[in-house]
Design a protein around this ligand. Structure first.
Ligand code: ATP
Length: 445
């Protein structure tokens, strides 16, 4: 059971009874559960973080549907082409008209289809040729075509809590015939596979199960595959040790410790999902903590990103933006600080550059804030966007007149060159129709 396919795939449950957690979405009293039990599947978008059970739920629905002779077709948006979708639809139409057979189309990572690809199946979902089930880790309001979204029920699945992770891990531990060494949890002796004489008895520390459940951060795939790696690594190091020391490999006992499971997990997967929602959530939390002048929280979000493997230059670029947007002229040295931090990160890279970013983040959290320039500039942009008709011409006196013709046309005429005047110069700089507008005070014009 340990070799070959990832443990997470082998442990995928087939029925709702074995589907752990997610009670808000598919608990006993939920509408979705009654629909699933009566096999009336609506079009669904399953939205949730990696490894929380989206594909598993679709797999359970597939199992159920097959019993009711409903076709269940799976496509992954990472490699399916628009033509593949068309083929599925064509077949679904035939099945519907000739055999009155329904088709459920499951599209994994539906957010990877662009809007026009999503348009391909919209009319067929509308007219009931296919029931669509899409799985996504990304917020469907941004990634799924609005018309399609309005025809689907969005099911929000949550990160699996630690207790649910422990249940999932214990089920795997039981089916692998591993014993738990420690007081609080006992394995189910009946489910142990019989211990063949060529294999050692494998034990796992009670604490290691908790640590694995905790560090998997709600992702059952990481937890199960981490368990598999830890066991395989421990067994092979035992064999290596015997080989090196010239001892005959005698199967006895192997103990999986907390350290083994920590090594079995990749830190970057545990803490942070660089490409997904978490990336935007953390940068937003950092930005808001600095804006709120909370230096300690700012450091926390920074560390969470960097420890999770975020690109330091991405963080540095956001700091450059923050320096102008939120600090602005309240402390004009913030901008050079951010640019210097960016260049410093570029020169020395991680992990050395983390302290540069930390210094800059704390400086920014403690700095006085001003959005004066940022909001005045937004007022100007709004003014330009709201303008009806052609934009007003640049006043003639402000135009440069490099040629005789331009001079003859009045370019630059009447312009007062400020350094020639000792007193303040009375001169208009805005177009005629905006005369008197102050973008620092006015929201609109
Ligand atoms: N709620 C659950 N109950 C029991 N096992 C689960 C549950 N969720 C996930 N698992 C286990 O974790 C594995 C991975 O889960 P699954 O493929 O369903 O995640 P996912 O949400 O589709 O993730 P991704 O977005 O990364 O594809 C499954 O094969 C199964 O073994």
């Amino acid at each position: 059971m340990l070799e070959g396919k990832p443990l997470a795939d082998k442990m995928r449950p087939d029925t709702l009874q074995d589907y752990i957690g997610q009670s808000r979405a598919v608990g006993q009293e939920t509408l979705l559960r009654s629909l699933l039990e009566t096999n009336e599947i609506p079009s669904l978008i399953l939205w949730g973080p990696p490894g929380c059970g989206k594909t598993t739920l679709a797999h359970i629905i597939a199992n159920n549907s097959k019993k009711h002779s409903i076709r269940f077709v799976t496509l992954s948006a990472t490699n399916a082409k628009t033509n593949d979708v068309r083929d599925v639809i064509k077949q679904a139409q035939n099945e519907k008209s000739f055999f009155k057979r329904k088709t459920i189309l499951f599209i994994d990572e539906i957010h990877r289809f662009n809007k026009s690809q999503q348009d391909t199946f919209l009319p067929h979902v509308e007219c009931g040729t296919i029931t669509l089930i899409g799985a996504t880790t990304e917020n469907p309001s941004f990634q799924v075509n609005a018309a399609l979204l309005s025809r689907c029920r969005v099911i929000v699945l949550e990160k699996l809590p630690v207790e649910a992770m422990v249940t999932i891990l214990m089920r795997a531990i039981n089916s692998l015939g591993i014993h738990v060494a420690g007081a609080s949890r006992s394995t189910d002796p009946l489910s142990h596979s019989s211990n063949s004489s060529s294999e050692p008895s494998v034990f796992i520390e009670d604490k290691a199960v908790d640590t694995l459940a905790y560090l998997s951060d709600g992702d059952a795939r990481i937890g199960l595959n981490g368990l598999q790696l830890a066991v395989l690594a421990r067994l092979s190091s035992k064999k290596m040790f015997c080989k090196k020391s010239g001892q005959a490999y005698s199967p006895s006992r192997a103990l999986i410790t907390e350290n083994d499971v920590k090594e079995g997990l990749q830190k970057s997967h545990i803490l942070y999902d660089r490409a997904g929602e978490e990336h935007y959530n953390c940068i937003s939390a950092l930005h808001k903590s600095m804006r709120g002048s909370d230096a300690s929280a700012s450091l926390y979000w920074l560390a969470r990103m960097l420890e999770g493997g975020e690109d330091p230059l991405y963080v540095a670029r956001r700091l450059v933006r923050f320096a102008s947007e939120d600090i602005g002229l309240a402390d004009p040295s913030a901008l050079p600080q951010a640019v210097a931090a960016y260049q410093g990160c570029h020169f020395i890279g991680m992990p050395e550059c983390e302290v540069l970013l930390a210094q800059c983040v704390v400086y920014f959290a403690r700095a006085p804030k001003s959005i004066e320039v940022y909001s005045a500039y937004n007022n100007v942009k709004a003014c330009l966007r709201n303008h009806q008709g052609p934009l007003p011409p640049v006043p003639l006196h402000l135009r440069n007149a490099p040629t005789r013709l331009m001079k003859d046309l009045g370019y630059g005429k009447g312009y007062k060159y400020n350094p020639m005047y000792s007193e303040p110069v009375d001169q208009e700089y805005l177009p005629e129709e905006l005369r008197g507008v102050d973008f620092f005070k006015q929201r609109r014009c």
